[in-house]
Design a protein around this ligand. Structure first.
Ligand SMILES: [Zn+2]
Length: 234
């Protein structure tokens, strides 16, 4: 009754389409600018080194397989660059500067980033266990609000709300890292005006994936809340 619920599809499909569209958009925008060499011929390593010295950061720079798999690891203060980010392209420059943006956030103790790290555990639990508790609660719960099943579903819903909160807190973290990326590239004279526009394009496309994830998560939450609190249990 859960996964074949037409109402579930009504809530889930727009979110899924948005997520797929955003992923396609970031991939196509990146691959467009991954083919455009940057005017100073800076590789991903060069971009990382220059920005690290400008920001007074001493990070380990690693290479990871894949495309757009780049990440900053606050645990070991490392920047991890994917194959496609090593190339001296405009697209790579945007991605590498974005990861440096996260490193600067970490160094400055940027509040949304700290909040995000503090809820990551419960958010992961919320996505998995939370959904299952709602699912099982609805199966085993009677119509009565004092039933064990209902209470279990409510606990599941509360856990799931941590997952929603996580996707929402991710938004300022990501948007701010991109803003810092653009500012750092401009301040250090690493981009021409044309390249500034391209960098903005890549970073905006990347931001859309986080907006889509948040929207999708909110829609799932609304669906679960509706099943728990509203409608008939059949
Ligand atoms: Zn990011």
């Amino acid at each position: 009754m859960f996964f074949f619920d037409p109402l579930y599809l009504l809530f889930a499909i727009p979110g899924m389409l948005l997520v797929f569209w955003a992923q396609w958009k970031v991939k196509s925008t990146f691959s467009k600018y991954a083919r455009v060499p940057n005017s100073y011929g800076l590789s991903g390593y060069d971009v990382a080194r220059r920005l690290m010295s400008a920001e007074g950061l001493n990070l380990q720079v690693n290479q990871v397989p894949g495309e757009l798999t780049d990440f900053y690891n606050p645990a070991d203060k490392s920047i991890n660059l994917s194959q496609s980010s090593i190339q001296p392209s405009v697209g790579a420059m945007a991605v590498v500067a974005h990861e440096l943006g996260h490193a600067v956030q970490d160094k400055q103790g940027y509040t949304p980033m700290r909040l995000r790290s503090s809820i990551v555990g419960v958010a992961t639990l919320g996505t998995n266990l939370g959904t299952w508790l709602v699912f099982l609660g609805l199966i085993f719960g009677g119509a009565s609000r004092s039933s064990f099943g209902f209470q279990m579903a409510v606990v599941g819903l509360i856990l799931f709300s941590a997952a929603v909160l996580f996707t929402l807190v991710t938004l300022p973290v990501e948007l701010n890292a991109s803003k810092r990326a653009r500012q750092m590239l401009i301040a250090n004279g690493m981009v021409s005006p044309q390249e500034q526009a391209a960098v903005k394009d890549v970073l905006n496309a990347a931001a859309m994936t986080y907006v889509a994830a948040a929207a999708s998560s909110i829609l799932t939450f609304l669906y679960l809340a509706y099943r728990v609190f509203g409608g008939r249990r059949d």
